[in-house]
Write a protein that binds this ligand. Sequence first.
Ligand SMILES: N=CN[C@@H](CCC(=O)O)C(=O)O
Ligand SMILES: [Zn+2]
Length: 412
Amino acid sequence: MSILIINIKELLQVRASNVLKVSGEDMKHLPTIKNAYLLIEDDNIKDYGSMDDCIAIIADKTIDAKGKLVLPTWCDSHTHIVYAGNREQEFVDRIKGLSYAEIANRGGGILNSAKTLQNTSEEDLYNQSIKRVINVIKLGTGALEIKSGYGLTVESELKMLRVIKRIKDELPIEVKATFLGAHAIPEQFKNNKKNYTDLIINEMLPKIANENLADFIDVFCEKGYFSIEDTDAILSAGLTFGLIPKLHVNQFNAFGGIALGVKYKALSVDHLEELAPQDIEALKESDTIPVALPSCSYFLSIPYTPARELIDAGLALALATDYNPGSTPSGNMNFVISTACIKMKMTPEEAINASTINGAYAMGISKDYGSISKGKKANIIITNTVPSYNYLPYAFGENHIETVIIKGKIMT
Ligand SMILES: N=CN[C@@H](CCC(=O)O)C(=O)O
Ligand SMILES: [Zn+2]
């Protein structure tokens, strides 16, 4: 099956296939072709160029994109989209004055979601989660990282990871699975955290590796959750099973988690709302990409990740949703991009680079996703009629997406 998209007002993020991420100054540049065509063959991008060169190309289906933009789908490299129930009551409690930490200390927060998930069947969890995945595809997301971490028992962590696998098997969207057993300390281990990290290392990890259920390993490295020492032990064990780290660090406190991630060659370090000068220095020496989660800052009213500092220091930056029931009940990458421009002073070019090629890098898939490049997967957004790409983040809260194509298949 081939699809030819013609008369494209502007084709965005056109790059050589070997560009795997963009950093610093280069993030300010978004390579485009005006008045362009794009040819898809089966699940790949076959060709593209100026309409002047679109001569005698015949395809099974032709789409006229006059006045519209075409770009790669969003790559959302940090989500907890598999969860059960919701935490709308905590939302109201926070409006009335309780903090995220106070709610967690009262047994709410992650432990609240874990209790709900433990009492939810695998089938029900799948049904609740796949609806959200289908919704984010309609919002333009074509690749998704999904974490476990609301199970917190051997059985329930496996249940989450099996649901992630089923989503991956049943939808054309690219899915990467991350084991986040170290997301919170279950109530029964409150006074002996070591026993819980031992359970993660000695029981969860071998079972997960045996069933080949995870690509990455994550730890919530934060005060009151997992210390540098705990994180070190868990990452080290994960590596023996070939699991590459992606970390939750510096959400509320900066105390060395980033340097630890760099030491373990983490693919990404995520959150970074709190950043110390030495964190930037550590990242400069590495291939680890920082990932900012502006919808989380918005929802919790916590600081935004200092994107300007990171990019101006020459680093790459990715943007992701953090879709989860507690800190970010939204998987809308379009909102993430607008918020990054409005609140973090990223330019539209930087925000689009951060949400496509750099998002793909943060999942280790930028060889096949994240740009319009010959041979990459045909994951494509066609917008409705818009004046320019600046309009996408500018007119926030409005849907600009008309068509989403995933691996050559028209989804909407
Ligand atoms: N901070 C840790 N984990 C999630 C929130 C989890 C929750 O509140 O349920 C996050 O990335 O924001
Ligand atoms: Zn998260």
